[in-house]
Design a protein around this ligand. Sequence first.
Ligand code: 8U8
Length: 632
Amino acid sequence: MKAEIDCYETSRGKPFPHFWESTGFSPAKLLLRSDMEQQLDMLGAVRQHGIRYVRVHFLLDLVVVKRDRWGVLQGFDWTTLDEALRRMVRNGLRPIFELMGNPSGEYNHFSTPQALSAWRDLIQALAVHLEEEADFGQAEVRNWLFETWNEPDIPNGWFPGDAEAFCRYYDACAAGLWAVDEKLVLGGPGTCRTLSNLFTRFLAHCDRGTSCMEEGKSVRIDFISVHEKGAKAHAEDLTPNSTRIVERESWAMRYIAEHHGSKLGRLPFFNDECDPQVGWWDTHTWRAKAYYPALAAKIIDQHDRWFVKPFDPKRILESGVMPYGLLSNDNGFLGCWGQRTLLARFTDTGTEDTGQTGCKNAGGRFDPCLGSVPCELIKLPILNLMSILAMLGNQRLHLETDDRGTAGSVGVLATRRGQQISVLVYASDDQIQRSGEREVSLRFNGVNLAEHQLLHYALDDTQEEGNPFQVWERLGAPEAANGELTVDMLNAMQDVQELRLAGDIDGSTIDPAGYTFTLNIPSVHLILLTPRHAPAASAPEILWSKVYPGLDGRINRMLRWQTPHEEWVRFYRVLGSNKMDGTFVPLNSDKTVLVDNGFVHRDVRQTPYFYRVEAYGYGNQPPAVSHVHVAD
Ligand code: 8U8
């Protein structure tokens, strides 16, 4: 595959939105556990907010209704909800807040005027509270996305009612939320069946209906969301059909353009559960390997090419394409290697999480144990993809190629951020066992390569060290129970869990005819061209250090930081010592490159303990350093 990338300054100016920076999971109660809290710290640490939104079902299950002794409503106790949201917000993560759940088990249907008024009052009180709460506040909450109940079109499933009840429920949500602040954002319906009866009925209500809560008032909606995935739930590895995802989304958009174009056609369109295969709980080992990020990268690129790149607001009705708002994988669950998660979790609590998806109202069948859940978390390649994608620029570059990876093979996407050029190359076929190699040649027109350094990051399954799953296999697939999984084994996995640098090349040595490399199918590559005189990195600002319970009575200390102008940070090194003026030893391995804003120091027993976090830039300047003194 050959690509010619047009890097001339004049190619600037076409915006390249990062519309994929989102994940999700269920249910909200998990937010109260230490394993999910640590997982959120890891997701918030993805560089440049490569994960920004987290969509969580059943958040309103965390609200308690307060009544006096005569049963008169006194308000709501938000304590638990606040704590759950704080764990996201302190990480810079924004909730996609589904107005879903059942406070104190009192909101079981939407079929009477009383039930609807009660729901509206609840939502209104919620909005007031969130905007008043010191840890959130109006400016923050205006950046969140409120959404309707999850997948209301599964019969006898998530939503307690039919399409008519759903429209009434929506009116109650809208009335409550916008009575408080018209700048809050609310959308839906988050349906899972393409053009289902509930979906089309709801659109008609939003277009031509009037609110059942506010007489004569037309209905407002801020975005339209659906779920389309690549294959149905099955214990087997079904081959996902990636083009079917964009195809089905385009049917929904076209339907909207044709039937409701003038009112709804200009709204942002979301697929906020865009997973390769339904069924987070099934173990598909491909989820722990390069196949998953390669496929996810391809699906993102397909969305970019179908919906983002050709989008022309003047031709919306003609093209039937709506502005693309957000694409989310629903892969923030807690789980093992092959489940749908961004971090493999080892615990000794066995299979107690089965049923996190619980379709039923009121939190489903699943009641997790809360509080402290000792665990060990290891990054998966799909999480590395989010860091790689975060390094893409904010402007798109034109390119010509002989292969544009439609349903298969190799795709390439080129961007720029200021003086830095970043090119994503992925190799992904809609076929689970496909392997092989391809030659790729990238030619950069309009840059003086001699003034640049080229970095090449790769995600694939073939490197010598292996990815964490391969290391675990090589160690004999140790289980968490009975101390089988030692600290050395965990460290061996952690050492390879960050990005792998496949090349660090002085631009003057690159053949002007193109930078050429051989890639493996499946794989993802990021090629970064940075001017040698790039600004130095700033010093990391330490956000917190926090102790999480590990397995077998161990302690894992999480360090989190943030750095101004992160785009100029090439990597971090974390060093530690038990004396302030002692020798600092490197704690993270140089087998892989730490580009994110967090580090877990495993099994650390000493306190006080002293850390040094070094931020290296792209040039030759010395690192910018921050010191952390931990006394837990
Ligand atoms: C059985 C089933 C069929 C279907 O078409 O959609 C489903 C959606 C089904 C079961 C659960 C279901 O929930 C959504 O999808 C889940 C999944 O694991 O794919 C989860 O990702 C979601 O949280 C949930 O909204």
